[in-house]
Design a protein around this ligand. Structure first.
Ligand code: DP6
Length: 376
């Protein structure tokens, strides 16, 4: 048989695809073979092996905030957002689809979680089970650990669902692209879609489930910004983001915030790309304050600030007027993220530590994408 060039190219592409899919199968069989052997040694004979994978992801801090959904179930946001990943704060998650399990099990920091926390993880796993027959009938054990406090405005749901998306899809034998992983993570927690890509990340609203995902606009080493976090309270917050998004439209200010968000996003994107701190600082503070204006005028009222939150915001504004390259942004919690240049970071941390009510100061650099940890 004779091929023309186009045919040859197609044939070659076909061979490469076949070869790489066989390699993937061989690799998967090796991993599973080991687990089957271990189970047999322990006297357990499973017809189907455990399928396991571990992933790591970082939280992200939004420079332009996501608040409110057009579609609450699919987490299609009302407005676009922009964030940077926070290096050094990690969530590490292992997922095992195990034929011996009678239901999903969720461990967070070694503690078994039941009720709503487990239901949210189970609902998420259903999205993965829907995508492949390999694990469609298997329950999973999810073991997730953060090296930072959960639920206090440090975006643990973002790193949590990003790590879970990467680990669960790999354990299920799926090979998803970054875009597909970002979409999947979004279903667990909106901001989690921004923790899948690395560096500075934009989440365009999209029109539907397929088109709503996040992508990197610049890698982590593009600009050495720091997020110096003033921890004011690390207790679990009373009203979580999910309930908050659901009531955003009850605020008379939300429509104006959403209508003007694309302009703030454009300014923030240009400022990041041009490494223009003064322009970034203006838009970051304005955007955070607009989100909190919506929160405190919602029904019910969501007031996350504590006295020390306001003290830090006022101090940082004064420092900036006096020439320090720093600005504040606050998520759904009392802690204040002070975004600053690398040169200003030590001075910012030093000054934050002596403000009454600041319990601890953590500094994060800009971090990379979510990823699998092989052989974990
Ligand atoms: C204030 O992503 O935590 O941090 O989708 O319900 O999990 P769910 O909400 P979540 O909301 C984040 C809100 C925010 C702002 C932001 O990160 O953009």
């Amino acid at each position: 048989m004779k091929f023309n060039d186009a045919d040859n190219t197609q044939e070659w592409a076909g061979c490469v695809a076949l070869f790489s899919s066989q390699c993937t199968r061989i690799a998967a069989r090796d991993v599973r073979g080991t687990l089957v052997a271990e189970n047999r040694k322990k006297g357990k004979i499973d017809l189907m092996p455990i399928q396991r994978a571990t992933a790591q992801a970082l939280p992200n801090i939004a420079l332009v905030k996501y608040w409110g959904n057009r579609d609450q179930a699919l987490r299609l946001p009302s407005n676009p957002s922009l964030s940077m990943n926070m290096a050094g704060l990690t969530t590490t998650t292992t997922v095992e689809f195990d034929p011996a399990l009678k239901q999903d099990v969720f461990l967070l920091g070694g503690r078994e979680i039941n009720g709503q926390g487990l239901e949210r993880v189970s609902r998420f796993l259903n999205q993965v089970r829907l995508q492949t027959s390999e694990v469609s009938r298997l329950f999973a054990r999810v073991d997730s650990r953060n090296n930072f406090p959960s639920g206090a405005g440090l975006a643990s749901s973002a790193s949590g669902f990003a790590a879970l998306a990467v680990a669960a899809s790999a354990a299920a034998g799926l090979q998803l692209s970054e875009t597909e992983l970002s979409r999947l993570a979004r279903l667990g927690s909106g901001s989690a879609c921004r923790s899948v890509p690395g560096g500075f990340v934009e989440w365009a609203v999209g029109d539907d489930d397929r088109s709503s995902y996040a992508y990197s606009i610049a890698p982590a080493d593009h600009w050495d910004l720091r997020d110096v976090v003033a921890l004011i309270d690390v207790e679990h917050k009373a009203v979580g983001s999910t309930e908050g998004h659901a009531v955003a439209d009850t605020s008379p200010l939300q429509a104006a915030r959403v209508a003007t968000a694309p302009d703030r996003l454009a300014q923030a994107r240009s400022a990041v790309l041009a490494r223009d701190f003064a322009s970034l600082a203006d838009v970051v503070e304005l955007d955070s304050l607009m989100m909190h204006a919506v929160m405190i005028t919602s029904s019910p009222v969501l007031m996350y600030w504590q006295p020390a939150t306001i003290a830090v915001m006022q101090a940082v504004r004064q420092w900036r007027l006096n020439g320090l390259a720093a600005c504040t942004t606050i998520d759904a919690g009392p802690n204040v993220h002070v975004i600053c240049t690398a040169e200003a970071a030590d001075e910012v941390a030093l000054r934050l530590r002596v403000i009454p009510g600041v319990r601890q100061v953590i500094t994060a650099r800009v971090g990379g994408p979510a990823h699998l940890i092989p052989n974990h």
